[in-house]
Write a protein that binds this ligand. Structure first.
Ligand code: ACO
Length: 332
């Protein structure tokens, strides 16, 4: 981005997870698995799910967004734009962002959803920053929110143990000073891998019909071990790019918040990037993989724990179905 005098500042953050918790013991009852397998292979102990609460993606987004707006000391009417990263929208159309706009009373905001799987938050953040640096928006609400349990196959032990629901939100604000907020971003994709992680049914390629409505294709399919193979290398590449673009040194990073998909992926990535344990944020044990919500939820938790303070340089990195991947470097 060329306007060096303008920055997209992270003005406020918020998060929400539903109350219901599923433990590994629950999965031991419904599929052939064990707490030991889940903890050692993924790092997950519990996940929050909407369960029978009836909550949907927009409602969780609204709760997280209200917190982020309060944190930024901003009213919803000040927003020019709302961008929501999600693969589990309330409906195919209108966008989930429309429901959020109405509930917040953000009547001056243009709205859209972004579908970039687990990288939804970083894609949305990058889009928001681009609008701000281009002078096309001043205040943008950026949300990552998923009701992944709505597309989870609870007969597939390879995936059902992984996913949780939740929302994270942030407000980006134009400030006329250099070097604050989102300093650099990198987005990437490789459509050769569309088959590795997908929901086959329900789109224009394979519409739902009375004949296929009960097929497993309506759920999220994932070839976990193949996705795993690419994840670390792709994320390392994205992280190194934003560090170089921002002109900072890896040792300047105060906190590393990777997408919470698998503890083995996280540990191996941190090692490759030479990020020491005390600078690595991990909460996968409590939430599982919440896709586009995982990074903004982690940002809020890190702040609550005193691990993310004003002035800190934070590295965010993620990957997911597409395959897509990306990173952002943020000065809080
Ligand atoms: N309990 C017990 N055994 C299991 C379970 C389970 N829950 N799940 C799979 N297994 C078995 C498999 O059946 C297989 O058995 P076999 O050897 O007899 O065939 C064995 O464990 C090994 O299976 P793998 O799939 O090779 O296991 P792996 O070590 O790769 O772990 C996992 C699986 C956890 C899914 C891992 O591959 C992973 O995390 N992948 C990346 C997932 C990810 O991050 N996706 C991107 C984001 S998601 C999104 O975009 C929405």
């Amino acid at each position: 981005m060329n306007n060096k005098l303008v920055s997209a500042k992270m003005a406020g953050i918020g998060a929400y997870v539903p109350e219901t918790i599923l433990t590994n013991a629950y999965f031991e009852k419904i599929v052939d698995t064990s707490d030991e397998w889940i903890v050692t292979r993924t790092g997950i102990k519990t996940r929050h799910v909407v369960g029978n609460s009836g909550e949907v993606t927009s409602e969780m987004s609204i709760k997280a967004s209200r917190q982020a707006l309060a944190d930024a000391d901003m009213s919803a009417e000040e927003l020019d734009m709302i961008i929501i990263g999600t693969v589990t929208p309330d409906m195919k159309t209108p966008s989930t962002a429309c429901f959020v706009q109405k509930a917040l009373g953000a009547k001056n905001a243009a709205v859209m959803d972004v579908n970039a799987a687990c990288v939804g938050y970083i894609y949305a953040l990058t889009t928001a920053r681009a609008y701000i640096l281009a002078g096309m928006a001043r205040k943008v609400l950026v949300v990552g929110c998923e009701t992944l349990t709505s597309i989870t196959n609870y007969k597939d032990r390879g995936t059902c143990i992984l996913f949780g629901d939740g929302a994270g939100a942030s407000v980006l604000q134009r400030v006329d000073e250099p070097g604050v907020g989102v300093l650099a971003t990198h987005l990437a994709a490789n459509g050769d891998f569309t088959d590795l992680l997908c929901v086959r049914l329900g789109g224009s390629r394979n519409p739902l019909t009375p004949e296929n409505i009960n097929d497993d294709g309506r759920y999220l399919y994932m070839n976990g071990s193949e996705v795993f193979k690419h994840a670390v290398r792709f994320m390392q590449n994205a992280a190194e790019k934003v560090i170089a673009d921002a002109g900072v040194k890896p040792e300047d990073i105060s906190l590393f918040i990777p997408h919470q998909a698998n503890i083995r992926i996280i540990d191996s990535l941190a090692k490759r990037l030479s990020i020491p344990e005390e600078k690595l944020f991990v909460n996968i044990q409590n939430y599982g993989n919440t896709s586009s919500a995982s990074i903004p939820i982690a940002m809020v938790e890190a702040k609550q724990q005193g691990r993310l303070k004003a002035g800190d340089l934070v590295l965010l990195v993620s990957f997911g179905g597409g395959l897509v991947w990306g990173a952002a470097l943020v000065r809080f």
